[in-house]
Each structure stands twice: as C-alpha cells, then as structure tokens.
Design a protein around this ligand. Structure first.
Ligand code: XIL
Length: 369
C-alpha cells in the first residue's frame, strides 16, 4: 500500500489535530452511557438489520438484534455467490439458517439480492453467450431461490446496482451481454413475479443521494422499465452515506424517488466517517456530524407519506461488522458507520436515529453525551 506523503501544511495540520484531539475516543472519555428505547418500537415501519447467519448464535448479538430490529436482510447468504455452486446446483444453508432464526423470532425477511453485477458464478460464466442454456439457468435460478421461500419472504431486491457507478448509463454486465442492458432486468422481474406473486419486487441502487447525476440515470431507467410493463413494486436506496453529504441531499433524493409513487426501502443505511484523504477532524467532531446527518436523513425519509416508506435497514449491527472497515476499494478500520459500537453500546448517532424516528423527544445527540 503506497504510504501517503504529507506536505508541510498537512504535517502541521496532523500535529495540531493530534494535540487538540488528545486521547478522544468513544471508549476513552465519552463513557456517558447513551440509552435508547428499542428502535423497532419507535416507528410504524420495520427497522431492519443486515446479518450473517454465523453471528446469530451469539446470545449477546441475538439479544441486541431482537431488542431493536423487526426485519432482517442477509448481508451475503442470499446472493448468487453463496447460493449458486460451480456445477449450477443451488445451496441454501446460510439462507435457511437466517430464515429459521427469523421465523423463530417473528422477524420479517427482505431478500437480497437475486441478480448483481458483482457476482458472476462459474456455472453462468461457462454458459456466457450460449443463450438457450444461459436463459434456462437464469430462469431456473430465480425460480429455485424465490420458490424455496415463496410466501415467506415478502420482498426481494430482484436486481442490485444496475446503473454505472459514475451514473453515466447502465452498467455493462454479463447479464446484459446475454439479455440486453434492460432485458436482463425485465426478465428477472418477470420470472420473479411468476414465481412468487405475493412478493414485492424491488430494484436496489446506491449513491442515489450522493450523486444526483446517478439518480437521474436511475430514474430514466425506471421510466423505461415501467413503460415496458416491468413489474417493479418498490425502490431500494442503499443509502451508504457519509458525514460530508451535502445538506438537503437526502430530501432532494426522496422527493425524486417518491415521484414514482412506489414504496421506498432505505435498504443499507450506514453513515461513514467519510473518505477524505487527510481528515484532521476529531472523532468527537465526526460523531457529532454523523448524528446531525442521521437526523436530517431520517427526518427527510419520515416526512414521506407512510405508503411510500417500506422500511429502514441498517447495514450491520456493530461498527466492527461494517464492510466499510474492510472495503477493498477504500478500507477504514477506524470507521464507525453503524448504530452500536463493538461492545454493543448506543452512540450519539443512535440517539439521533431514535429521536428522528420520533422516539426520544427530549434527548438529542448533544445531551446524549
Ligand atoms: C457487501 C457486504 O456487506 C460485504 O460483507 C460483502 O463482502 C460484499 O457485499 N451494496 C450491496 C451489498 O448491495 O450487498 C454489499 O454488501 C454492499 C454494497
């Protein structure tokens, strides 16, 4: 990894910041406990959490999860890479474990995600370009997964991240190579609808708040798909946002997305400390900015009509679970994007989330310690 070389100005900034910040840190000085009511009790809509089945056996984790959340999303185990074996057989051990836990604890499950550009299983790659065989595998895969949980998973991310990361047009994918850039999306939704007519079918995307140009491309795609009669029932906005998101960005995004009149799922909410190359702000400052961002974001979402608010899902339980800490493109092991710290303690951002949901009238992140 290339070590960053600091300019003279940056070095001075670093020394100054270290002096000011001292040993600030959540566990060091801000030990004032923050208590919040069970988050799921604070809003009329489901509050979800992304999980990995292996962690559900831990009693502390399970207790914290069940206290605060009413919906689960499989972080990885309902995706193609987990389900489609190299020979094309479907395997469901992780997905079944999450379903069993959810059923036992009366939690709703959101299915994530049937088709995603990042997963190109060997069984499909082998058939790439062989249209009849590729089509048969594609259709049977969707039928196999949704069919297994028919009537038990009320909503699915049928297609995930179809728009280019830079927001310029649709992403080039193996799926698009075989069915066309819109065709693979249409087909997936049609087969999904046939397989489980009771399920709400979502299309899921990221950076719809952070990149207005990407949101425009997403909306143009939605218009084209809906015009073709594609059975899309809802929009998932992943909402991997950060403390530097411009004020009003969330409100503008929800206004645009709400124009389709479809339920919106905030499907992967986390608030990263940001991706600045050099960030001299103290941890305490970043936590305060994070709480402010959470307040603005949730208030903007809760201002939508109830019929347009499907759920809010947080992308993990503990900060130590966050994929932002290990994200290959931009890892930050000190990031604190989620609602509970490594010890399961609530944070200023948790109080802000609870408050914005309508739960804590008096407590604000400032007086939450
Ligand atoms: C991420 C998981 O959090 C990681 O554990 C995994 O290694 C890669 O996928 N958008 C999505 C999610 O839709 O499925 C991704 O989840 C994060 C970005």
């Amino acid at each position: 990894m290339k070590l960053a070389t600091l300019s003279r100005r940056e070095s001075l900034g670093a020394i100054l910041a270290l002096g000011l910040s001292g040993c600030e840190g959540y566990g060091a000085q801000d030990d004032t406990p923050i208590t919040v009511p069970p988050l799921k009790s604070l809003a009329s809509l489901p509050i979800g959490c992304a999980v990995m089945s292996a962690k559900l056996a831990d009693p502390t984790t399970s207790t914290l999860l069940l206290k605060n959340f009413s919906q689960l999303t499989a972080e990885a185990e309902m995706k193609m890479a987990a389900i489609v074996a190299p020979d094309g057989r479907l395997r469901f051990s992780g997905a079944d474990a999450i379903m069993a836990y959810a059923q036992q604890n009366k939690l709703r499950v959101h299915g994530h995600a049937l088709v995603w550009h990042k997963h190109e299983p060997e069984a499909f790659l082998r058939l790439d370009g062989n249209k009849p065989a590729f089509t048969a595998l594609y259709d049977n895969y969707i039928r196999g997964v949704m069919g297994r949980y028919r009537g038990r998973i009320p909503s699915w991310d049928v297609v995930n991240e179809p728009v280019n990361g830079d927001g310029l047009g649709l992403r080039a994918t193996m799926w698009g190579r075989n069915f066309g850039d819109l065709g693979y999306i249409e087909r997936a939704f049609q087969i999904a609808r046939e397989t489980d007519p009771s399920a709400k079918l979502f299309i899921n995307e990221y950076d719809l708040e952070l990149k207005p140009e990407k949101r425009l491309a997403f909306m143009q795609m939605m218009e084209a798909l809906l015009k073709k009669g594609t059975p899309i029932d809802g929009i998932g906005t992943q909402s991997h946002i950060n403390i530097d998101m411009p004020k009003g960005a969330a409100k503008a995004a929800f206004k645009d997305l709400a124009s389709f009149g479809l339920p919106i799922h905030v499907s992967e909410l986390d608030i990263s400390f940001g991706h600045r190359r050099f960030d001299w702000r103290s941890v305490k400052t970043k936590r305060a900015l994070q709480a402010e961002q959470m307040t603005d974001f949730v208030q903007a979402f809760m201002a939508l009509p109830e019929k347009l608010r499907y759920a809010i899902t947080i992308w993990g339980l503990y900060d130590s679970d966050s994929f932002w800490r290990v994200n290959p493109e931009d890892p930050n092991p000190d990031d604190e994007p989620l609602l509970f710290d490594g010890a399961g303690r609530a944070k200023p951002v948790t109080a802000a989330f609870a408050n914005a949901l309508g739960g804590i009238k008096s407590m604000t992140p400032a007086n939450a310690g």
